[in-house]
Design a protein around this ligand. Sequence first.
Ligand code: ZN
Length: 392
Amino acid sequence: MIEAQCPICHGGHLFPLVDLKALPIHQNFLYRNYRDAINADRGNLHILFCPNCGFAFNKDFNPNKISYTRDYENSQICSPYFLQHISNRINRIIDGTKAGEKKIVEIGCGNGYFLRELAIASPASICIGYDPAFHGGSSELSGRLKFIPHYFKEFEYGDRPDIVICRHVIEHIRDPILFLQTIREAINDEKEMALFVETPDLNWILENKVFWDFFYEHCSYFSLSSLMLALKKSRFKVIEHESIFKEQYLWIKAEREDYQNNAFGNQIGISSDLIESAKRFSREFAGLISFWQEKIKLIHKNGPVAIWGAGAKGAAFVNLVDPEGKFVHSVVDINPVKQGGYIAGTGHPIINYQDLAKHGIHTVVLMNLNYEQENRELLKRAGIVISIEGYQ
Ligand SMILES: [Zn+2]
């Protein structure tokens, strides 16, 4: 019996999905030398699943260990596939809201790429981004685009927003309902307002057994049912939801709910398939890691192995499958800022794909199949012939 309560529905019948000790706290920190990388701060992953609402969370998460400073580098804008995804989302926001002058706030704007593109696509709008990891000028586009380099607490710059965007933020927050309520309470009750949320879909992770999607920076994992419940409990009503990025992410548009709707309490329709996937994942988790350890050892016999993707997925994968750096030679990333750096925890070097041949790499294992076509194209254009492994 686990003594814990689901932060979304307060259910108590939880079961473990992942139980691992001493994994790196930050997957996206830039480590410029090997020693610093292997000495990275560590924490436990004790991820519990709630079969009542379909939420999962790291019981051992300590927000004081997390720091999103300027060394936090998670930009994916080097990838055309990712840029297409960004463009689709911007179109969705613009199409889904009435045209004209808008005040748009992005909470967790990272390096500001998304908000800048949105500001350009919506030339009458004022856009304001909050992020402690932001580095750059505080004002662009003749003052239409502003950046505030700290956490969101309340809306600054006078008027309340018409649109609030929160992409890939809520999974980093230990108390998502408190966070959503902070946004909700900061909204003027007379004004129409749309909230857009994007976050990884727990259902996809479990169904596809992508165990390297569990890592310390993400303490909250949502299925559609748990995200809808969290929004409802924070007095938002869901207007539309979509499965995007080849089902890896959830996308929700919500609006203000003026009255607290307690009709369903903490009950929400959760699919029996999700519960089954969670149970299966829980049973198979240790076996999945052993399977990949054996697989990498086997591939390694043909020649050196690299992993493609030095973001959180690749970092989580090598920490679980090759923690001592014995069988994976290096990790490829197309982001030039990351190249020459080292993976947190294991110290695997991060290299440019163009150097795969130079390092004599025989096989590359892709961490995200959404980029498979793009990765194959890059290798083809560079004239690199190499064995490519996916995960399905
Ligand atoms: Zn729950």
